[in-house]
Structures are given as C-alpha cells and as structure tokens.
Design a protein around this ligand. Sequence first.
Ligand code: ADP
Ligand code: TMP
Ligand code: ASP
Length: 231
Amino acid sequence: MKLIYEGKAKKIYDFEPGLVVMEFKDSLTAFNAQKKGSFQGKGALNLKFSNQIFSLLSQKNIPHHFVRSLNESQIVVKKLKMLPVEVVVRNFVAGSLAARLGIPEGQKVKNPIVEFYLKNDALSDPLLTENQILALDILSLEQLNKCTEMALKINQVLVSYFLSLGVKLIDFKVELGMDESGQYYLADEISPDSCRLWDQTTHAKLDKDVFRRDLGSVEQAYLEIAKRMGL
Ligand code: ADP
Ligand code: TMP
Ligand code: ASP
C-alpha cells in the first residue's frame, strides 16, 4: 500500500477507490509533538477503543468513516475531504479552558460547550471564534452547523455510555469529513488520546493527560479504560 500521509499518531495509506487504510501507531505525543513517548500495543488499544465507539454510534445512526478492520493496527475507512478544524466538546472545565479562564478543573458547565480549533501544527491549532470561521471562509455556515450538531449528538451518546462504566466524559475532540456526494461523517478516531475520562468517584485520569502531565503510567490508564469497555 502507498503511504499518503504520516501524522503524529497514525499513518494513512491509499487503498481501493474511495477508501484509505488508517494505521494506529504506538507513539504518543503532546504539546504539538514537543513531548514524545510510546508504549507497545498502544495503537492496537486505540483502534479497539475507537472501533467500539464507532459501533456504538452506528446504533444511534451517527455516520462515521469506519468500514472494516484489516488487522490489529489497521482499519479501512472512507476517504474523506477533511474539514480543517478540530471540534472540541466540553462537559466539565479542564485543560486549555481551565488555563485560559482561570477556572478550576472539574467544574460542570451548564450546557456542553462546543469549540473549534484550526488544524495547523505550525500555529499549534489556535482557537477560532464562529465569527472568524465564517468571515475567513474556514467553514461554510452549513459545515459549521453540521459540526456542532454532530459533535453534540456524539456527546450525548458518549456521556451516557461512559457513565455506565463509572467514567465522567470531561471533554473530547472530533474531526469531520465529507465524501464526494457531500455527506458528512465523523472521521479520525475517538480514543483516550482525544478524550478526557475521569473515574466517576476518585476522579483518577484514564486518558492522555497522564502522559501530558507525567501523572504515572499512561499504559495502565489506557488498560483500565479498555477493561471497563470490555476490550
Ligand atoms: P495529525 O495529522 O494531527 O498528526 P494523526 O497522526 O492522527 O494526526 O493523523 C491522521 C490524519 O488523518 C489526520 O490529519 C486526520 O485529519 C486524517 N484523517 C482522519 N480520517 C480520515 C479520513 N477518513 N480520510 C482522510 N483523512 C483522514
Ligand atoms: P484542551 O483542553 O487541551 O483544549 O483539549 C480538549 C480536548 O481535546 C481534550 O479531550 C484533548 C483533546 N485534544 C486532542 O484530541 N488533540 C489536541 O491536539 C488537543 C490540544 C486536545
Ligand atoms: N495532539 C497534540 C500532539 O500530539 C496535542 C495533545 O494531544 O496534547 O502534540
């Protein structure tokens, strides 16, 4: 297969018409790859995690790019034209929102917050206002609305799923893409790399923050969440 893109956590290969192969690497990065790590089996774990979420979303008729698994680190997905943004949904204050506004982490927000970040490594993915998105033609109004609607639907499904596992979904990031007919799909991955997951009672972190903040074994955190998901 011809490698068409290598990112920080995944590789993309050309496959059949309309399809690409997404390979999950064992590497782990933070702060725009200024911090690097890895553990054996991390890619396979994220693939299983992501696939489980895709199958949950299928049951709720939320379209996503997953087609089939090839092996433990590669899946076949629809080849999409990716929207140039990362969409973040927050149920509790944490991370960059806590830092920017000086609010303690863990405070519940009244309604889920949807934020957009420009996908641009050189600029470290800056936050965008909706006004900027439209005025600078980063997304059309239809795309902006579709991102918000899909991200909030995904949030509803994931919040109740994780609660059933004794886990609070603090926040997460999604990426969306469009196929040639203009249909929108959830793309990329949903994994502990792209979510904040806290144990409901102890508030222990079961996600990439363990690596970002040097809080212990990130592998143990990922294995704990995998165990609760029955993976
Ligand atoms: P990054 O590019 O931020 O380093 P990754 O290592 O996760 O991130 O690389 C995966 C890349 O593949 C991302 O740029 C993502 O936007 C892109 N991608 C995800 N799903 C699809 C898809 N279905 N079709 C085309 N590109 C995709
Ligand atoms: P933030 O609080 O750092 O802005 O992160 C919000 C959510 O987005 C969190 O669940 C982690 C996820 N995220 C990514 O998936 N990729 C990124 O590059 C960043 C900065 C955050
Ligand atoms: N995804 C970004 C990186 O790989 C940042 C992060 O997740 O903290 O550097």
